[in-house]
Structure formats: structure tokens, C-alpha cells
Write a protein that binds this ligand. Sequence first.
Ligand SMILES: *[C@@H]1O[C@H](CO)[C@@H](O)[C@H](O)[C@H]1NC(C)=O
Ligand SMILES: *[C@@H]1O[C@H](CO)[C@@H](O)[C@H](O)[C@H]1NC(C)=O
Ligand SMILES: *[C@@H]1O[C@H](CO)[C@@H](O)[C@H](O)[C@H]1NC(C)=O
Ligand SMILES: *[C@@H]1O[C@H](CO)[C@@H](O)[C@H](O)[C@H]1NC(C)=O
Ligand SMILES: *[C@@H]1O[C@H](CO)[C@@H](O)[C@H](O)[C@H]1NC(C)=O
Ligand SMILES: *[C@@H]1O[C@H](CO)[C@@H](O)[C@H](O)[C@H]1NC(C)=O
Length: 456
Amino acid sequence: MHPASNLWSLVLLILMGSELTQVLPTNPEESWQVYSSAQDNKGRCICTVVAPQQTMCSRDARTKQLRQLLEKVQNMTQSIQVLDQRTQRDLQYVEKMEIQLRGLEIKFRQVEENHKQNIAKQYKAFKAKMEELRPLIPVLEEYKADAKLVMQFKEEVQNLTSVLNELQEEMGAYDYEELQSRVSDLEWRLRACMQKLACGKLTGISDPVTIKTSGSRFGSWMTDPLAPEEDTRVWYMDGYHNNRFVREYKSMLDFMTSDNFTSHRLPHPWSGTGQVVYNGSIYFNKFQSHIIIKFDFKTSSISKSRPLDHAGYNNMYHYAWGGHSDIDLMVDEGGLWAVYATNHNAGNIVVSKLNPNTLQVIKSWSTNHPKRSAGEAFMICGTLYVTNGYTGGTKIYYAFHTNSSTYEYIDIPFQTTYSHISMLDYNPKDRALYSWNNGHQVLYNVTLFHVIRSDE
Ligand SMILES: *[C@@H]1O[C@H](CO)[C@@H](O)[C@H](O)[C@H]1NC(C)=O
Ligand SMILES: *[C@@H]1O[C@H](CO)[C@@H](O)[C@H](O)[C@H]1NC(C)=O
Ligand SMILES: *[C@@H]1O[C@H](CO)[C@@H](O)[C@H](O)[C@H]1NC(C)=O
Ligand SMILES: *[C@@H]1O[C@H](CO)[C@@H](O)[C@H](O)[C@H]1NC(C)=O
Ligand SMILES: *[C@@H]1O[C@H](CO)[C@@H](O)[C@H](O)[C@H]1NC(C)=O
Ligand SMILES: *[C@@H]1O[C@H](CO)[C@@H](O)[C@H](O)[C@H]1NC(C)=O
């Protein structure tokens, strides 16, 4: 199977003219059109751009829009480079692992040859380990093909850029406005496509990096995954109750090197450590209630507040460490989620996708994992990952896939240098886990294997 038929090939098309009017709903003669589906029927991510019919592109109008579109696409190219770097980073990991695997295989063969001299039990354990690792080899091969696709995608966008350049030259320069929304639509859809491109299954967690040592034993800290690239403001909440002051640090560097921050006073104290900052607002669970509040930092006001129906609260269904951690809010590539438990689901974890504006539940999934025996939980690419505890020897051991409503037991160890973990959340922008680890603010990188589907 050729790698280009894999899930992650992303197709960008520029269609000139109006032959496609029957297929495409609006008038391509009038303006730029952007069509996109997250996935076509072959599982590929598709973005289609239809340019206005050339005769209709009167000299007056569209050049400025075009220039802006061009700039957006150039900006996209930068984003792709970031994605590419990340892929390269994962690739290095994969290559290292591959060498290890192959080394192990050779060693294994040697051991097999001399196995009479070895203790039978040791030999068996070794063999079992090898059997466990062997299926990874084809995955590694596919992963490398995947990285190649990112390169192809990059090239396609570069081609798109040069086409746009040519168009711009043909048209001369004037006015814009009207295509503004289509341009940002294009940008948004391209980003959505790219995030899917970057999605995958968690296979590893790096060693932790301690960013700062501050605050009490319990708390949470984060950056906004929707903030622009240059905005690295850090949000910091010490304690799990009786506090309503959120600290804002100007940048990650400021957070690491100084104690210079601005304080935001929330209208109500929070409960637990499940807060999340998303698109300029903090979402938190109001203390001693199952109410979720969206508080806009810019206007310093509540923009929405709504009870999370049936959710246990007030230490009814906390995580294993307690601390009123009944309702955990989080964000992944797909948006805003709430993780909690209900009587109806017998105290097992319920995952709900929330509308970030109305706070209404869009869809819920009932898992079979008791909330109170979960250490912590976070979402990556629509999959919920649960740890087995919150102190030493912690690992991710349970995964629930919302795409298929299925679960599996997994075994992904990670280091908890300072023992007690009271917060662990994924940030899809950095592809990192943010953790509050006994008064230490800690980061982990994650390795995601892309899900590769081929249409044989
Ligand atoms: C492209 O990125 C630059 C720098 O990040 C920014 O100033 C500019 O506004 C962006 N252009 C568009 C059209 O988004
Ligand atoms: C980009 O354009 C070049 C030259 O026109 C072409 O050789 C190449 O195949 C194109 N790449 C893609 C991915 O379309
Ligand atoms: C759901 O997602 C998981 C993890 O990303 C993946 O392993 C699985 O194949 C997906 N299932 C479906 C039906 O797409
Ligand atoms: C602290 O931040 C304020 C506002 O951002 C700034 O004016 C001040 O110089 C900073 N102080 C230090 C010591 O960095
Ligand atoms: C983020 O907020 C801005 C307004 O502040 C809004 O226009 C935009 O749609 C929001 N983005 C998402 C993904 O919710
Ligand atoms: C994550 O990876 C990036 C890029 O390789 C690196 O700069 C950063 O320090 C890493 N962070 C952690 C927590 O390991």
C-alpha cells in the first residue's frame, strides 16, 4: 500500500472556474469558497479551496483579500513547520526505540542459540518481552511513512502559496473586507485538519521537567491552548478550595524566573483542581456545587454559568486524593470536556463534551471506571487516560476511546518525582502534560502515535 493512501494525507486543491456548482452549494463566481470535511470516505483529511472565476475577479476588489489569504497560508506554513518539528521529535524517539528493538531482537537470537546455558525462567521472561515488543516494528515503519506525509503536506501548501502569489500579481492591488470571514474559515479549517493530523494514541510520557517550586501541596496551573503562539501567559491557582484568586504570569519565562504576577478575583471560590483556561476564559467548578462557571478574564465577568446535571460534588466522587476533585474540566484537540461521576453510573466516570459557550452537554459517555479509585485523568485526541494512583509508581493504566465507546487497559509509566499529584492535564497546543506535584509545577512531553488507516 502506498503511504499516500493513509489517513493522514491532506489534500489541498485550488479549483478555478465554476464547473463544480452542482457539487458545491454556493456561487464560486462570487468569491473564494472553502470546503472541508474532517475526513473523506477514505479517512483522509480534505480541505478544498475554490477560487473565484477568473473573469469575475475584477481588478478592483480582491487583491487585498488575496494578499491576506496569502499571508494566512504563509502563517499556516509556519504552523506546519512547528508540526513538522514535533513530528521530527517523535521520529527521533521512534528511531531510538527501533534501534533498541532491533538490538533486543539480535540479543534474543543469541540467547536463543545459547539458551541451554541460561536459566529457563529468565529465557522465558525475555521471550515474553520480545513478543510484546515485536508488533511495534510494523507500527514504526508506518510512523516513518507518516512523517513523510507531513513533508508532502508542507510541499503542497508551498505550492498553494506560489499559486496565490501568481494570482496576486495578475490582479493588482486594492480593497478587501468581504472575504475576511472566508479567509478565517479557511484558516480555522486548515488548523482543524492539522490538529487531526497531529492526533494519535498516547504511547509514552517523557521524564518530568520542574518548571517552578511554589504554592501548597495542591493546586493547578496551565496555559491557554487557544492563545496565539507568542502568548505564553501562565495561569496559576493555589489550593483546592477557599481560594478565588487566579494568578496571571506574563509569560512562561516570567513564571519560571520571577514572582511577578497579576491577580484576578473570581466571583466565587473554586472546588478541586479541575479548572481550565480556554480561549481567554477560565472554566471552573463553583465550590460546594455542581455548577460550572465560565469567567472571561478580559471583561472580568461571568459569561456563563450552568449546573452539570447529575454530577456528584462536594467530595462525593472525588479522585483518589480527595480535595473536592469531583468535577475535572479539560481541553484536548476536540474541545472542552468534563470528567465526573454520577449516581446513575454507579460512581463510575462519565465523560461529557461541553459547548464552550453555553456549557451545555453535547454528548456523554459512561465508562466502567470508578471515579474514586482514579488517581487523575486527562483527555488526548478524544481518549480519556486514567492513572492508577497519585503517588509513587504511578502509571496510566486505563484508556476510554470516545470515538468507539470502548476501553482498554494500558501500561504507560511516568515519573512522579515529588510524590503527590493533585493535577494532571494535557495541553493540545504544546502537546505536554501540566502537573501540580506536591508544590512543584512540572511538565511532561507526550509521544503520540498517529493512527494510520489504509484502505486496502
Ligand atoms: C501572520 O503572522 C504574523 C506574525 O505571527 C501576524 O502579525 C499576522 O497578522 C498574521 N497574518 C494573518 C493574516 O493572520
Ligand atoms: C509542487 O510543485 C512542484 C513544481 O510545480 C511539483 O513538482 C510538485 O510535485 C508539487 N508538489 C505537490 C505536493 O503537489
Ligand atoms: C479510536 O481512537 C483510538 C485511539 O486514538 C484508536 O486506537 C482507535 O482505532 C479509534 N477507533 C476508531 C473506531 O476510530
Ligand atoms: C512586574 O510586572 C509589571 C507589569 O507587567 C512590570 O511593570 C514590572 O516592571 C515587573 N517587575 C519586575 C520586577 O519584573
Ligand atoms: C475564541 O473567542 C473568540 C472571541 O473572543 C471567538 O471569536 C472565537 O470563535 C473563539 N474560538 C473558539 C474556538 O471558540
Ligand atoms: C519537550 O520537547 C521540546 C522539543 O524537543 C523541548 O524543547 C522541551 O524542553 C521538552 N519538554 C519536556 C518537559 O521534556
